[in-house]
Design a protein around this ligand. Structure first.
Ligand code: ADP
Ligand code: MG
Length: 131
């Protein structure tokens, strides 16, 4: 996902460019908006963390881009490309170093495993939206 503050700031095109330049193929992509309920389901693994309410409100605060990306070793390579959760810890050249505002508003989401990538892909996209 490209998160709400990055979309609102007009960074989506540059972020998608970085993703494609780094060898990812776009299988599916759309502009959409999560309800609070949907954001709560998406981030359910974090429901015990102190920032869960803030995270749900933020992720439902405006439109996002959701995408499915394909590459060998995609999960690990995408996490490398996005950089650390906290942009002050993110390496130079990463998406979060360049575009994140804060640890909470950190521009992009990346799946953390192949299993979660499949679950998250199915959350957003039907078969006929994938190419
Ligand atoms: P990542 O997105 O790097 O996998 P996590 O899975 O730990 O990070 O957290 C999910 C999202 O929750 C983060 O991307 C960020 O938007 C938000 N978040 C994480 N830690 C905090 C925090 N301490 N305070 C506020 N928001 C946070
Ligand atoms: Mg995570």
């Amino acid at each position: 996902m490209i998160k709400p503050e990055a979309v609102a700031a007009g960074h989506a095109g540059k972020i998608i460019d970085m993703i494609i330049d780094n060898g990812f193929r776009v299988v599916a992509i759309k502009l959409t908006r999560l309800s609070r309920q949907e954001a709560g389901i998406f981030y359910e693994v974090h429901k015990e963390r102190p920032f869960y309410g803030e995270l749900v409100d933020y992720m439902a605060s405006g439109p996002i881009y959701a995408a499915i990306l394909e590459k060998d070793n995609a999960v690990e390579d995408f996490r490398k490309l996005i950089g650390a959760t906290d942009p002050s810890q993110a390496d130079e050249g990463t998406i979060r170093k360049r575009f994140a505002e804060s640890k909470a508003k950190n521009a992009v989401h990346g799946s953390d495993s192949n299993d979660n990538a499949e679950i998250e892909s199915n959350f957003f996209f039907s078969g006929r939206e994938r190419f």
